[in-house]
Design a protein. Structure first.
Ligand code: UGA
Length: 454
């Protein structure tokens, strides 16, 4: 089988590389000549674990090709996958101009029966709209359009592709479904469920999944706020909830609010679809509001931890990527926190293992200092704030941290550290939904209330 993948962003590149690993000949197409040249040299434009090895080995073996020309890739392909960007417009709608442009260009190069699928996250009805446009461009072409959304997470995209929870395909014809079954045969044989339906169902499934996960995160974030008020431990609440198999334990970690290129964009698009089709998604509407508010309040929370103000204080922020194992800062809480701290008069330094360059481009403030060395970042800090749960930070010893920084205020927006240990090391330690009133001093040490009572 041969495939063509249009767009070598994170979805397209991972899809092309992983399918070529299954022995399918994959042609990745991108209009950016420099990017294509770099990929041919084995240079990967994004940081994604395991991707470089896959790209390099399959390219060397002749199973994975990169080109700028659709004419080279599309005519020979059985399946053409559209994986170009769908940026958000000011209205909250997904901008489909790149999807449609790719589809029309594909139509010009089709040869023999081909299934054209959308990998990009596209609103309900897009597959049909693509089909209509392609037919206008090339009325005699023999093709079907299918929806085949991806469920990859940044930072573990290769693993997610190789071991998916499910594969979703929406198409109108048996012929298209059969070809898609054949494409994913290695995974289906391995026991992965392929949910076959019509294009609308498949398109909606993607938005519903991302929106529901955003609901889960926002729910536990609001529970954490309540925990802070009523002196309860959100970690224990979340564990208790997650052990109910109907709820499941994932996406119940309270934090600074969700970010990334998917949840914020997809929740907005989903809510918009609800309004457009007269089926309001009121839960998702509220989630968007709650998450935005949460991110806006981050700087204020740091100020509160610093005794009411950060004016003139040195604040070190650890982690600017929206989550670990990625260099992506899109909609990252850091984009609210860093400017927020500056506006409140703090001197800000920031560290991240991968995303410093990216955040510097987004946050236009020359006074913020960016450090590749963590020790340099925190050495003069009155307060340290953890924003991304990188493994590098989880491993830090509280005593070491305390010795290295100047002050003793520590705000942990990811609940990475053990409260007792942090208090014992002399920190004024603040985390999310784990109020300090849960602990009390005993024999000069700080212990959990439950232990104190024993
Ligand atoms: C998300 C989905 O998880 C993927 O299934 C989907 O394919 C992808 O969007 C997409 O549409 O392309 P991703 O954006 O990479 O993946 O990141 P997630 O791991 O889902 O995290 C999203 C946000 O939620 C992050 O800001 C993360 O910090 C936050 N989060 C997640 C929490 O705050 N708490 C949690 O318990 C889990």
């Amino acid at each position: 089988m041969k495939i063509a993948v249009i767009g070598t962003g994170y979805v397209g590149l991972v899809t092309g590389a992983c399918l070529s690993e299954f022995g399918i000949e994959a042609w990745c197409v991108d209009i950016d000549q420099d990017k294509v040249d770099a990929l041919r040299r084995g240079e990967i434009p994004i940081y994604e674990p395991q991707l470089e090895e896959l790209v390099v080995s399959n390219h060397e073996e002749g199973n994975l090709h990169f080109t700028t020309k659709m004419s080279e890739a599309v005519p020979q392909a059985d399946v053409v996958m559209i994986a170009v960007g769908t940026p958000e417009m000011k209205t909250g709608e997904a901008d489909l101009q790149y999807v449609f442009a790719a589809a029309e260009e594909i139509a010009r190069h089709l040869s023999g029966y081909t299934v054209v699928t959308t990998k990009s996250t596209v609103p309900v009805g897009t597959s049909r709209a693509i089909c209509a446009r392609m037919k206008t461009v090339n009325p005699t072409a023999d093709f079907d359009v299918a929806s085949n959304p991806e469920f990859l997470r940044e930072g573990s995209a290769v693993m997610d592709f190789m071991r998916p929870d499910r594969i979703v395909v929406g198409a109108d014809t048996e012929r298209a479904h059969e070809l898609m079954q054949q494409l994913y045969r290695p995974l289906v044989l391995g026991g992965v469920h392929l949910e076959a339906s019509n294009p609308e169902t498949s398109e909606l499934a993607k938005y519903a999944a991302n929106s529901f996960l955003a609901v889960k995160v926002t729910f536990i974030n609001e529970v954490a706020d309540l925990c802070d008020e009523v002196v309860a431990d959100v970690g224990a609440v979340s564990r208790s909830m997650g052990m109910d198999f109907r709820i499941a334990p994932t996406f119940l970690n309270a934090g600074p609010g969700y970010g990334g290129s998917c949840f914020p964009k997809d929740t907005k698009a989903f809510a918009r679809m609800g309004r457009e089709f007269g089926a309001r998604q009121t839960i998702v509407d509220s989630v968007i509001l709650a998450n935005n508010r949460r991110k806006e309040m981050l700087a204020g929370k740091v100020a509160e931890a610093c005794g009411g103000s950060v004016k003139g204080k040195n604040v070190a922020v650890l982690g600017v990527a929206f989550k670990p194992n990625t260099d992506d800062v899109r909609e990252s809480p850091a984009l609210d926190l860093l400017p927020g701290l500056r506006e409140a008069g703090a001197n800000v330094s920031a560290h991240d293992p991968k995303a410093l360059f990216q955040v510097q481009r987004e946050v236009d403030d020359e006074t913020i200092t960016y450090h590749t060395d963590l020790e340099d970042c925190i050495s003069d800090a009155d307060a340290v704030v953890v924003l991304t749960e990188w493994d590098d930070y989880k491993e830090l010893e509280p005593d070491w941290l305390h010795k290295k920084m100047r002050g003793n205020t520590f705000v942990d927006f990811r609940n990475l550290y053990d409260t007792e240990e942090m208090l014992e090391s002399g920190f004024e330690y603040f985390s999310v939904g784990r109020p300090r009133a849960l602990y009390q001093a005993r024999d000069g040490r700080s212990v959990a209330l439950q232990q104190a009572a024993e």
